[in-house]
Design a protein around this ligand. Structure first.
Ligand SMILES: [Cu+2]
Length: 483
């Protein structure tokens, strides 16, 4: 998808001039409610693509605000190798963020690009009027419609296409957020981001390659293949993660376009200091998870105190780990051990009289000498370990899960280097790797297994599913462990 350029330098200059002009003129209006202020001065709205939001309206007074929005139907990537025909407001999913002030008289220009195939319109939940603007904005390809409305209620609102079949237009990505700031603006924060959840329905299953058409039946059944933030799997992970520094306050404008699913929005490793519930005036404090209805929004704020990756999820958790509803906020800065110690010690847990031990002792084995086993035995024990330990992520046939867990079946990465594989099982793995041409950037935790168990499980993996048939011995594991 095309990135929507925020604004030309010229416009910024004009805007700055207009702001200056207005700030020295409007003092006498202080006492008057914003809705009564004549919105005389004209300015062009700065629109931004997710995850960015336009600059705060600050102390500026209500204005005539020109919003230029272009509808584009264009192919994009849902996830590696999976293409989808998105319908967009401004070339992105969610559509461009619109930031207004209460009392603004918004003159909305909705343009339907001549290359598009369908008519569209827009229903803004911030509008008081028939269809939220939908009736006046119905626009055919190659046409432009103009309508205007006054922002009467502060809050964070969803906008979406409302052209029949409405569900299909929304399911294809036609939604976004419009913020109406109160008279005094919102309190200052250090970082602001735009995050919006949506559910997608494709003919193929999750990860099935190629151009995937919209599946009406699955949409009716509310059987989503993808549940994502900002239009695609991984829109905000890895290099695209949003960022903050320790000590900063972060404000997220979180919307949910649906069309069907309600979001249990949660940030793993953080507590929301404040939530503007449903995007309105009510502020709730110290919240773990906030519910965001389809066609609704919330503003969440929190101070980040320790460095690390915070994970944004829909806490309907299979959506996060199996359907894409996962994003990252990377916090950098100094550690603070009084707030979070990190791992202090790792030990083996033994229910009876346990305590911390050196090595897991199993089958009466005393460490030291390990009796040699036949290949058949190694495969059998290896399989057992695999089904207990590795299976949950890498799956029964080693096929993995697209975009989450790399395959161990016919894995070029696995087969290239035995010692590296041993090291991964012993110490875990993080950072970007490429397996059979696909990139993965996730975390495998270190596995607490004895040398013999590691040898058996890897022997099993290497001798299954089209791999290179290597045999891994406890001695090999021991020498990697010793490094
Ligand atoms: Cu539409």
């Amino acid at each position: 998808m095309k990135v929507n350029q925020p604004q030309s330098a010229v416009l910024l200059l004009v805007t700055a001039f207009v702001l200056l002009f207005s700030s020295c003129n409007n003092d006498e209006n202080k006492e008057i409610a914003s809705a009564d202020i004549p919105a005389t001065v004209e300015m062009k709205a700065i629109l931004t693509s997710p995850p960015h939001v336009p600059p705060p309206t600050g102390k500026r007074k209500a204005k005539k605000l020109i919003v230029d929005m272009e509808i584009l139907e264009q192919e994009g990537e849902m996830t590696n190798g999976v293409k989808y025909m998105y319908w967009t407001f401004g070339g992105t999913v969610p559509g461009s963020f619109i930031r207004t002030k209460i009392g603004d008289e918004v003159e909305f220009h909705l343009k339907n690009h001549p290359d598009n195939k369908l008519p569209h319109n827009i229903d803004l939940h911030a509008v008081t009027g028939p269809g939220g603007g939908a009736e006046s904005s119905f626009v055919a390809p190659g046409r432009e419609k103009v309508f205007s409305f006054k922002t009467l209620n502060p809050g964070l609102y969803v906008y979406h296409c409302a052209t029949a079949p409405v569900g299909m237009h929304i399911a294809n990505g036609m939604y976004g957020l419009i913020l109406v700031e109160p008279e005094e603006g919102l309190p200052d924060v250090d970082k602001e981001y735009y995050v919006m959840q949506g559910d997608f329905y494709t003919k193929g299953n999750y990860g099935d390659r190629g151009l995937q058409p919209f599946d009406m039946q699955k949409a009716v059944d509310e059987d989503a293949d993808y549940v994502v933030f900002n239009g695609k799997v991984g829109a905000m992970t890895g290099d695209n993660a949003i960022t903050a520094n320790v000590g900063e306050t972060v404000r997220l404008y979180v919307g949910n376009g649906g069309p069907n699913l309600v979001s249990s929005f949660h940030v793993i490793g953080e507590i929301f200091d404040k939530v503007r519930v449903e995007g309105g005036d009510m502020v709730n404090e110290n919240i773990q998870t906030t519910l965001i209805p389809a066609g609704g929004a919330a503003i969440v704020e929190f101070k980040v105190d320790v460095p690390g990756s915070l994970i944004l999820v829909d806490h309907s958790i299979f959506r996060a780990f199996n359907k894409g509803a996962l994003a990252m906020l990377n916090v950098s800065g100094e550690e603070n051990k009084t707030i979070y110690s990190g791992e202090i010690e790792e030990g083996i847990y033994l229910p009876e009289g346990g305590g911390i031990q050196q090595m897991p002792l199993r089958d009466g084995m005393e460490g030291g000498e390990i009796p040699a086993k036949s290949m058949a035995e190694k495969m059998e024990f290896g399989k057992q370990t695999y089904m207990q330990t590795c299976f949950a992520c890498h799956q029964a046939e080693g096929q993995g899960i697209p975009n989450a867990f790399p395959p161990l079946a016919e894995s070029d990465y696995l087969n290239a280097d035995v010692n590296r594989s041993i090291d991964i099982v012993l110490h875990g793995l993080t950072g970007e790797i490429t397996v059979n041409g696909e990139k993965y950037n996730s975390i495998m935790t270190a596995q607490t297994l004895s040398d013999e168990e590691v040898a058996n499980v890897l022997t099993y993996v290497y001798n299954s599913w089209g791999n290179s048939k290597k045999e891994v011995t406890p001695a090999m594991v021991k020498s990697v462990r010793a490094k």
